[in-house]
Write a protein that binds this ligand. Sequence first.
Ligand code: GAR
Length: 191
Amino acid sequence: MKKLAIFASGTGSNARRIIEYFSGSGMVEVALVLSNKKDAGVLEIARSHGIPAMVFDRKMFYETGEVLDALRVHHIDFIVLAGFLWLAPPPLIAAFPQRMVNIHPALLPKYGGKGMYGMHVHEAVKAAGETETGITIHYVNEHYDKGDFVFQMRCAVLPEDTPADIARKVQQLEHQYFPEIIAKLVSENAA
Ligand code: GAR
């Protein structure tokens, strides 16, 4: 059984999908949820599934080994960033080579980088008059949204779509594909 950790700071809808997808799977256990926000929706989701959770601040994340220690204590094999916006510190990247992925709500390399997250991405896609957008799942490295791509999926952007419409379409793709891509990667790459 491979052990997965999820880092999330938003509403946690992807984390919820991932937790539900693997619950009772016998293949992957979501063994730890981590957040830099003490009121993140994902913490309640973790609690309701009996999954241990950890909240950390910037100093803990960048200046101590506490997060890495927690990952070791829980024997984590693979890390998923699901709506987590801080750059991973080098020791974390080094400890999980090709074993940490992020999901981004656009077709990278377009609409990526610092500040490009959530609705900001969909507003930029709309403002540029794009006719398609989508999701990118990629390995995490020391730059925002720059690691090797693992998977992309597209959807159409219609002229009448608002940023909120685009967000809904993209979220549907995320919920549909993220858990199964994680399953594939974990079976191929986890330690
Ligand atoms: C997701 O759409 C994810 O792609 C995005 O945050 C959202 C989190 O939603 N991530 C980024 O923008 C990273 N740059 P959720 O909390 O409902 O899962």
